[in-house]
Design a protein around this ligand. Sequence first.
Ligand code: DGJ
Length: 460
Amino acid sequence: MRIRSKYKRPTISSYVGMKCTMPTIVWSLVGCLLVLHLYSLVRQKERTGEMQLSLGNRTLFQELLVVEEDNIQIPPPRGKRSPRAAKRRPKKPISLIDEFLDENSQIRHIFFPGERTAIDPLNEDTSNKSYYFPGRIWLDTEGNPIQAHGGGILFDKKASTYYWYGEYKDGPTYQVQKNAPARVDIIGVGCYSSKDLWTWKNEGIVLAAEEKNETHDLHKTNVLERPKVIYNDKTGKYVMWMHVDDANYTKASVGVAISDYPTGPFDYLYSKRPHGFESRDMTIFKDSDGTAYLVYSSEDNSELHIGPLTRDYLDVTNVVKRVLVGEHREAPALFKHRNTYYMITSGCTGWAPNEALAHAAESVLGPWETLGNPCVGGNKMYRLTTFFAQGTFVLPLPGVPGSFIFMADRWNPADLRDSRYVWLPLIVGGKADWPLEYNFGFPLWSRVSIYWHKKWRCPF
Ligand code: DGJ
């Protein structure tokens, strides 16, 4: 008998150390089902961003998807054209790009609206409240035009605040020699803070030019472009990467700076050619697992290079991939949606606008596939010139998965400090973007669309 009890068949209670009655099992199953149901609800919400919006905000979201036409008539030649514009293409008919680049164009106000139409968040009437007007002068909370060109935005969780960093270009535009690109001496990296992505407070110059030491990377006669900042959760430091160059763009390097605070001051650490390669237009991207990457135009801007940063974000590792080889792309802006990576790039035409392209990949390191021109609306010229602008950053719209703000610069090579910001809604939508069995293993990418709007606001 004893032997029998020793080798008694194990019951559920002997495994879990408690007595499991039938009701306990039933309730556990119900609990599991509830958890599964809740999980699927959350996943569903993640998939359809619109679900997180209230009815009113859903209407605003729908408005973003409206294709807005905009026709610009080129006026017949009249009066004086600037000597620079006249020289550019004397025999060809005037194109809209020529008009855009002509400081004396009769339709200049379309590309560079005057001060009278400036967006002034502290004094805007209610009908314009929270609205973006791409291309208009945008004032900070002190009433000065925002100086954050070629910039990017960091959302700081600790302060629950957005920080916009960019080139502070509030100086005279000049050329070092004939045919050299227009330039402004380095002043530094400007930083602006905001809670609503519309009202921006000037936090000052967080990384300043070097005035005296001519051998310093940031000596004012050099070039500092496209600064981007990310936060390192492990070290608690804010790390800035930027393109540093000489006036002729032959140094082609990245610079790195660090700070304990998002508002700086940032300490400049060093510059280098990453992986030993030329690096001009660049960006950095922090993935959801905390790994950060440097993306830069290399080999005479003919290809992009992508490589992970070290864990402290202060250097590159020795891993690097060459992507979009031979495609001559610059101004990379990388973002992620549902485990797919997307990138918007521009062509290489100096300060003149050109056509944007969207690219997609299943891994940051590639392979990257080119999807095509993401611009929707406006008119053909708008779409072929990225709305007369060049991308710099793509910011996820809070609470609306699949929706982003595409941030671009409408450069004004005649007066770079007066370059404008073109912010537009970017939507990733359409087909599921994971590989399907019947498409021979090739991924089906979602459509990436940047919608033109003369006036729009975030749906939150
Ligand atoms: C295009 C780049 O994207 C800008 O950042 C700047 O370097 C200009 N070229 C200079 O011509």
